[in-house]
Structures are given as structure tokens and as C-alpha cells.
Design a protein. Structure first.
Length: 266
């Protein structure tokens, strides 16, 4: 049987894994890492999304911790941590959240919703979604920095929220024929399982006994976003994946704030 012309041989070697990680970092951050010419290689690299998520999470933790060390206070530390995360990702996921908010609630048919989501302009729903999501993340980080718990929370939220993305790619069909999600294709089940396993393992390392609550939050939010996207546009898209990441991240942070009393025993 001939290979799919849109695919490439993918022997499971250490070199392949390193290249997959490079692709994940190039896709999910603004770091100068070249992306593959073949989009389907990005689907195979989906296992590395949580690992790539360590970069914005660690940067945010570092910047915020430095601000706290300099005596700037939890409010400024939370704001600087949030800003660094947004800058290093180029607001990629925030853009997806805004597009989904505009499209899902600005159109009456799946076709119209997808059309709105492709529009580069931002509408009222998108602005409100960004303000609420960014505001909640800042408020949660303020509490966590003040309690000395932000580093583990940021790292855990970063990896778990990016494991939701390959899960949705595997579970749902592309909403737009001919779109980027369609060309990328679905990640292999092994890649999806590895992404979830890596994120859960890293979360346990970061959070210890609080990890199950964070993992459950990420899973439930991912399922909720998937159900909404299926109802609104009949599948997933890059914007849906970005929205799922954002909603998972803010929910994880809020859950950890709510459990902060127990969290302090870690």
C-alpha cells in the first residue's frame, strides 16, 4: 500500500520525538522555531503540546516570582506573569477564544458562525470573553502569588490545558472543510494518549495531592467546549482549540484557588 502523499514516514525514534517537540514549540509559541512544510506532521507532534506548554508556564512563573522577590506585590506579579505568557504565545489562544465567542453567539447558522470566526475583526462577544477570561486569570494568579502557590499552578495549568487540544482534535471532526484543521488531520491515538499521560504525570509532579482536581477540571471543561462546538459549528477548528485551552487554564487556576487551603500543605 502506498503512503498517503500528505503524510511522511514517522519512525518512532528519539530524533523524531525531538523534531515533534520542535514543531509543537514552533506552533504554540512565538519562538523562532521553523514549522514543517507538511501540515500533517503537526498532528503527529500533538503529543508534545503539553511539553511545549511548559515554556509559557515557566516563563510566567519566573517573571512573576522575580516581581515578588523585588517586592512589587502579588497584583503586579500576577499581571507581569500573565503578560509574559501572552507575549510568548503571541496571544494565539486568546485569539481563538475571542473568535469563538463572536462566532458562536453572533451567527444563527453554522456557516455564518464559521464566517464570523474567520473575520479578523473582533466583536462585542469577543471583547467580553477576553476581558472576563484575562481578568479571572489575573485575579486567580493574584491569590496564588500571595499564597506562594503560583509556580506549581502556572506550570500545571499550562501543561494540562494544552493536553485538551489534541484530545479535541482526536474526538471531533474538522468543522470547516479545507481549513487548517482539515489539512492537519487528526493526531494518532498514541499521540493523544501520550499527551494526556504526560500532562497528567507532570501535573502530579507539580501539584502532588491537588493534581486530581486540576486534571478533572481540564477534562470536564474540554468536554464542555467540545459539546458546545459540536452544537454550534459541527466540529473543531483552530479557534475552538484555542478557546478550549483558555477555558481549561482559567478553570484550573480557579479550582486551585478554591482549594488553596489544602494546597498550602504541598
Amino acid at each position: 500500500m502506498k503512503n498517503d502523499p500528505g503524510s511522511e514516514p514517522a519512525p518512532d525514534t528519539a530524533i523524531t520525538r525531538v523534531i515533534d517537540l520542535q514543531r509543537a514549540v514552533g506552533l504554540l509559541t512565538r519562538l523562532p522555531v521553523p514549522l514543517p512544510d507538511n501540515p500533517r506532521a503537526s498532528a503527529r507532534a500533538a503529543w508534545a503540546y503539553p511539553v511545549a506548554g511548559i515554556i509559557p508556564g515557566a516563563l510566567a512563573a519566573l517573571i512573576g516570582s522575580l516581581a515578588m522577590t523585588l517586592g512589587l506585590g502579588a497584583a503586579i506579579a500576577a499581571l507581569l506573569a500573565l503578560a509574559s505568557s501572552i507575549i510568548v504565545t503571541g496571544a494565539l489562544h486568546e485569539d481563538g477564544l475571542a473568535d469563538c465567542a463572536d462566532g458562536f453567539w453572533g451567527g444563527w447558522t453554522p456557516e455564518r458562525r464559521l464566517e464570523i470566526m474567520r473575520d479578523s475583526r473582533i466583536g462585542t462577544y469577543g471583547v467580553l470573553a477576553l476581558v472576563l477570561c484575562v481578568g479571572l486569570r489575573w485575579a486567580a494568579l493574584l491569590v496564588l502569588f500571595d499564597a506562594g502557590l503560583a509556580i506549581a499552578a502556572l506550570l500545571s495549568a499550562a501543561v494540562l490545558s494544552r493536553a485538551v487540544m489534541p484530545a479535541l482534535m482526536s474526538l471531533m471532526p474538522p468543522a470547516r472543510p479545507g481549513g487548517l484543521s482539515h489539512h492537519v488531520g487528526r493526531p494518532p491515538l498514541v499521540a493523544t494518549g501520550l499527551a494526556i499521560g504526560l500532562a497528567a504525570t507532570l501535573s502530579v509532579l507539580f501539584l502532588n495531592s491537588e493534581a486530581p482536581a486540576a486534571i478533572l477540571a481540564a477534562g470536564l471543561v474540554g468536554l464542555a467546549v467540545a459539546a458546545l462546538a459540536q452544537a454550534k459549528i459541527g466540529g473543531q477548528s483552530g479557534d475552538v482549540l484555542g478557546a478550549a485551552q483558555q477555558m481549561s487554564e482559567v478553570t484550573i487556576l480557579l479550582v486551585l484557588v478554591a482549594r488553596s487551603a489544602a494546597f498550602q500543605g504541598i
